[in-house]
Design a protein around this ligand. Structure first.
Ligand SMILES: [Fe+2]
Length: 396
């Protein structure tokens, strides 16, 4: 696969700036028909895996997969009777997979040269190498995950931290926000996350992602979500993996919504309140209650994060719920100051672990493993030393 540096978006910007009008299908042939990023795997799920990638040109795309390198099965994306085509950002879910089994796969993209109502003209088809992944057992008795936060546009940290912590046998990787300083364009997404993640782990191991306050900034902020697949198609979500029920909160901005720098274009107070109502419903669910462990992942910590508005609002809204419904652990980032904070009587009944970042000497990666009896967390700094750990025994 090739990853050209020439940018279709560069052309788009130029075209807009010079007032040239065009439709996507009348673009000059300024880029080759190539993969721009991926394939990268998205959320961990029982019996399924979502494969995502980006092409430089509009295409019809599909995945061939199977238990051997002969592949044999084909998947495409169909929505309400329409097969996805003439698009560049691809998400195709492979279903009917067997947990514990290895699958091989290859992505294909056939260029759509012209798309008329009664005549579609195809161009060349490109394909990836044959890659593979193992379907992890979401319904099993164990979980093993890596958690990153606050990389802040330092793509080299992905390879470095994965190398220290070991990524190959993990069920998933979780990105706990502020992977970027702000969202500029697709090329930034590719260069600072998708390309290094794909190369390091993401073509074999799926990842999940929740925004930090920095993913909510910049001209490309509303496009960001198009490149990832979320459980329940929401940016906050919950899922059970083995003995752990994970609750993921999208904590929003750090300053008040009315702050002039936001130009009247954020509304996070209401969004956090919506999540608090939703979180309480989740916490009252059977899946949450019967899990051996209940773990919250959220970028802005509900404690130890200063007195700015976002942190204060998170503390007011979420911390009482975590106490009431006996959350076992909260893992966050945001402060750039790593630490393990055990429960403190009268303040918070649950431990708060905060990952560091983003500069050398302060970057961390968190390993989270659990079986039905014990949950263990280990935080490594970028020099390989363990700078935090926590162990919890199941209450049941
Ligand atoms: Fe942050």
């Amino acid at each position: 696969m090739s990853f050209p540096t020439s940018s279709r978006r560069g052309f788009l910007k130029t075209a807009v700036a010079t007032g040239v009008s065009f439709s996507p299908l009348s673009l000059p042939d300024e880029t080759a028909h190539v993969f721009l990023a991926g394939p990268y795997l998205q959320p961990p799920a029982s019996n399924a895996m979502t494969v995502r990638w980006i092409t430089a040109k509009p295409t019809y795309s599909w995945v061939e997969f199977g238990p051997t390198e002969a592949l044999g099965q084909k998947a495409q994306s169909v929505k309400a009777g329409i097969v996805d085509a003439n698009n560049r950002v691809h998400a195709i879910t492979l279903t009917g997979l067997e947990p514990g089994k290895k699958y091989f796969y290859r992505i294909f993209s056939k260029e759509v040269v012209e798309f008329k109502p009664y005549k579609v003209t195809y161009g060349e088809t490109i394909q990836s190498d044959i890659l593979s992944f193992i379907v992890r057992e979401a319904a099993g008795k164990q979980v093993s995950a890596l958690i990153f936060n606050d990389l802040h546009d330092r793509p080299e940290s992905i390879r470095h931290l994965c190398g220290l912590a070991g990524v190959n046998d993990r069920d998933f990787v979780f990105l706990n926000g502020d992977i970027f300083d702000h969202q500029n364009n697709e090329q930034q997404l590719i260069d600072h996350l998708l390309a290094p993640a794909t190369k390091t782990f993401a073509s074999r191991t799926p990842f999940l992602y929740v925004r930090g306050n920095h993913e909510t900034r910049g001209a490309f902020r509303s496009d960001w979500a198009d490149y990832f697949t979320f459980p329940d198609q929401r940016l906050y979500f919950d899922f059970t993996w083995g003995p752990v029920h994970f609750l993921v909160l999208d904590t929003g901005e750090d300053k008040p919504d009315a702050e002039p720098v936001y130009a009247g274009l954020v509304d996070f107070d209401a969004y956090r309140q919506e999540q608090a109502r939703w979180a309480e419903q989740v916490m009252q669910s059977k899946a949450f209650k019967k899990a051996a462990f209940r773990v919250v992942l959220m970028h802005i910590p509900p404690q130890y994060s200063g007195d700015w508005h976002g942190a204060t609002h998170c503390k007011q809204l979420f911390s009482p719920l975590f106490d009431k419904y006996k959350v076992d652990l909260c893992v966050s980032g945001h402060t750039h100051k790593y630490g393990v904070h055990p429960p403190v009587a009268g303040q918070h009944h649950y431990p708060v672990v905060i990952g560091g970042g983003p500069k050398d000497g302060n970057r961390t990666v968190i390993r989270l493993t659990a079986d039905t009896r014990n949950l263990q967390l280990s935080m490594l700094r970028d020099d390989g030393s363990e700078v935090g750990k926590y162990a919890i025994s199941s209450r049941s």
